[in-house]
Design a protein around this ligand. Structure first.
Ligand SMILES: [Cu+2]
Length: 152
């Protein structure tokens, strides 16, 4: 059966519409993809080096750190990720906590109910003290410190 000229014209029009909506969809996908890319790169934190080595999670609140002792190996990179469990309504320290080791030159400060991290490689064996000096009477508070043991 032969198609009438009218039906052929209609088909051609539908085909053109289909091509047009395909092009439109491709443009939309492209724009969304580009926007997503820009949003993602804006949200990522360029100031921080990427996490490397073992990631050790430490949580802190007003009652102290959740780990009294951390064992590391000389020459092995490690990332300490500190999370503050306290909110900003704490009058003492404003919900921030710190994880610092003077001998290793590491100092991480976590904002209220947030995480922050530092990556480092211990170079010398020994036992060091980690502490938070922001809240609860600072370093002197026995719950806001612990031992880091670096083994050769
Ligand atoms: Cu603290």
């Amino acid at each position: 059966m032969k198609k009438s000229p009218h039906a052929t014209r209609k088909e051609a029009r539908l085909k053109k519409q289909r091509i047009r909506s395909t092009i439109f969809a491709m443009i939309v996908i492209g724009v969304l993809g580009l926007a997503g890319y820009y949003i993602q790169s804006a949200l990522s934190r360029p100031a921080l080096e990427p996490m490397a080595g073992n990631v050790i999670d430490i949580a802190a609140d007003m009652s102290g750190f959740d780990k009294p002792e951390i064992r590391l190996k000389v020459g092995q990179p490690v990332t300490i990720r500190l999370t503050s469990l306290d909110n900003e309504h704490h009058t003492d320290g404003g919900g921030k906590h710190q994880w610092a080791v003077d001998e290793l030159g590491v100092n991480v400060i976590a904002q209220p109910e947030s995480s922050n991290y530092a990556t480092f490689t211990p170079e010398k064996a020994g036992a060091y003290t980690f502490y938070c000096d922001i809240c609860c009477g600072g370093k002197a508070n026995p719950t806001m410190n612990g031992q880091i043991i670096v083994e050769g």
